[in-house]
Design a protein around this ligand. Structure first.
Ligand SMILES: [Zn+2]
Length: 70
């Protein structure tokens, strides 16, 4: 899956992934992307970490070893 492919290359966060999919021609909003990321995390394919950028926090997702196999 595309999300796992990118997570394998570098840690990603939801808004970045939305922009990336737009680049590929997919219109996916936050209401779709965030549940998708949560789902992948629940399956153990991704692990999230809160990351601070300026005064805001965002969740950064990294791939796990089972995510790499999937
Ligand atoms: Zn891509």
């Amino acid at each position: 899956m595309h999300v796992l492919h990118h997570a394998n290359e570098e840690p990603l966060y939801g808004q970045w992934m939305i922009e990336e999919l737009k680049r590929h021609g997919y219109q996916i909003g936050p209401g779709t992307m965030y549940p998708l990321l949560h789902g992948l995390e629940r399956k153990g394919y991704l692990r999230s970490k809160r990351d601070r950028s300026g005064s805001r926090y965002r969740k950064v997702y990294r791939i796990t070893s089972s995510g790499r196999k999937a």
